[in-house]
Design a protein around this ligand. Structure first.
Ligand code: FAD
Ligand code: AMP
Length: 477
């Protein structure tokens, strides 16, 4: 007998599982199909929980602790003994965090009455879904609505084919069993910088090869410049305009050839991480008569509310246009579930936070100064450093600054940019302010607690009009 459901979700990553839960909360019967097997066990949570956001942050935190301890706390009056690295234990802790969270998602689905089918889903015509279990026979499901949430996978480039544990993608870079002496990273995007930082803190000599001439082209220029300066000081050798043209593996090492403005070069590494972007997973997802169209870049084509080209079929997350971020996938999933349950829902694509979890963290929301100018705004900006912030100094973590971009004509905030301690959390103040259409003056008039890192946010807002208190400013108002 054909199994029926109000909603079939294909893919149990952050987009898919949040969509499934929201739809179940709204009274729909939901089936979620997920085929991932992680370390021998079927696993929900997608890229994010298994091989993305969470394991990378676990290793970023562990490696940061190791690096800090190794540098010593003498200035705090604390002396430690010899600091030793047990990489196997560090990796095991990461796996435990992943297990706890993926197990939690399974509980959440169960608790919400959602059926998790372990295997692959394929959309057929007429909102039927072919389900191929990990073990057993193919079944056909009939759905009233379908959400496609199959996510993304690392881009592979012919000049750097993956080889065992020597030339790896982001997933392999979470599993090195020894700290490579020399580590190459292709791509200075968010993933390359985060994973490069992990291994640099654990002792690798890291060279990052980036084809584009500009560092972090998507970030505000002031933030990108400061990030490059700080990461370079930390030991990441970031080579811009360096296009990898070939790799050769021999005797457990890899020789990487690249070209830059000065000609051809090569470097020998113990390991190489290929972090050149991700692409949507569409292979085997759609039958030829499913009616769902792809766009020119291979993503499932959707409107602003994630409707695909077949009525009742939605697509979300990394599978569709826009930034490949877990929180974007989650909000799209919730939006799609609400729309199919008959509610009005939309989501502000102009205000998606970006975070790079280096140390210090880098985060932004809204427009960069460059984009605001390009869009014709009469721009004013304000910037304030963590260097003189009491809380940042007290905790010995005072690099970076907060920058606001605002419309000089109306005083409305256009963007917030942070490099500094807890930037990934502090940035939410900008999200809320921008979402509510705040002016710079609104922030200036608020009373921020002392001593906090957030006082830098207040001072940066004051600095827009030359009014920062803990700085000697020339423009006065
Ligand atoms: P996915 O998480 O990719 O989930 C899709 C799931 O669908 C997969 O588990 C897959 O097995 C399954 N699937 C695919 N096809 C089928 C099928 N036919 N049938 C059944 N199942 C199928 N984002 C952030 O916001 N913050 C971060 O800090 C961050 N760090 C990252 C670090 C790394 C190293 C990586 C690789 C990514 C990181 N990301 C981060 C990106 C984030 O992981 C993705 O944006 C997010 O997981 C996308 O969610 P999704 O639900 O669209 O897809
Ligand atoms: P992202 O898409 O943000 O993950 O970043 C991936 C980065 O990899 C981009 O900045 C690309 O320019 C870079 N990249 C892609 N191919 C190459 C290559 N052959 N050599 C060096 N860098 C590359």
């Amino acid at each position: 007998m054909t199994q029926q459901a109000d909603l079939v979700v294909i893919g149990g990553g952050p987009g898919g599982y949040e969509a499934a839960i929201r739809a179940a909360q709204l009274g729909l019967s939901v089936i979620c199909i997920e085929r991932r097997v992680h370390k021998g066990k079927p696993s929900l949570g997608g890229t994010c929980l298994n091989v993305g956001c969470i394991p990378s942050k676990a290793l970023l935190d562990s490696s940061h602790k190791y690096h800090d301890l190794k540098a010593g706390y003498d200035n705090h009056g604390i002396s430690t003994g010899e600091v030793k690295l047990d990489l196997a234990a560090m990796l095991a802790r990461k796996d435990k965090v992943v297990d706890q969270l993926t197990g939690g998602i399974a509980q959440l689905l169960k608790g919400n009455g959602i059926t998790w089918l372990q295997g692959s889903g394929k959309l057929l015509a007429g909102k039927q879904v072919e389900f191929t279990p990990l073990e057993g026979e193919v079944q056909i499901l009939q759905a009233k609505h379908v959400i496609l949430a199959s996510g993304s996978e690392p881009v592979q480039i012919p000049v750097a084919k993956l080889v065992d544990d020597v030339v790896v993608d982001s997933t392999g870079a979470l599993e090195f069993q020894i700290v490579p002496k020399r580590l190459g990273v292709i791509g200075a995007g968010v993933i390359g910088l985060e994973l490069g930082s992990v291994w640099a803190r654990l002792g690798s000599e890291v060279i990052v090869l980036e084809a584009v001439d500009q560092f972090l082209p998507i970030a505000d220029r002031a933030i990108a410049k400061e990030t490059q300066k700080i990461l370079t000081k930390q030991g990441l050798d970031i080579r811009l305009g360096a296009r990898v043209t070939g790799t050769q593996v021999a005797n457990g090492q890899v020789t990487v050839s690249y070209t830059d403005a000065n000609g051809e070069h090569s470097e020998v590494f113990d390991k190489l991480i290929v972090a050149v972007g991700r692409r949507p997973v569409t292979a085997g997802l759609l039958s030829s008569d499913s009616g769902v169209s792809l766009d020119e870049r291979g993503f499932v084509a959707v409107d602003d509310q994630c409707r695909a080209s077949v009525p009742g079929v939605f697509a979300i997350g990394d599978l569709v246009r826009g930034q490949m971020l877990a929180h974007k996938a989650m909000e799209e999933g919730v939006m799609a579930a609400e729309i199919m349950a008959g509610h009005h829902a939309q989501f502000n694509y102009d205000l998606i936070i970006s975070v790079i979890y280096t140390h210090p963290e880098v985060a932004w929301v809204g427009m960069t100064e460059e984009r605001a100018k390009a869009e014709g705004f009469d721009v004013k900006t304000g910037q304030f450093a963590f260097a003189v912030n009491g809380r940042a100094l007290a905790s010995d973590d005072n690099q970076g600054f907060v920058k606001f971009v605002a419309d000089a004509k109306t005083d409305r905030l256009l963007g917030m940019h942070v490099i500094g301690p807890a930037a990934g959390d502090i940035i939410h103040q900008g999200l809320i302010a921008l979402e509510f259409g705040a002016s710079v003056e609104d922030l200036q008039l608020m009373c921020f607690a002392h001593p906090t890192l957030s006082e830098v946010v207040h001072e940066a807002a004051l600095a827009v009009d030359g009014r920062a208190i803990h700085a000697i400013q020339r423009k006065r108002k």
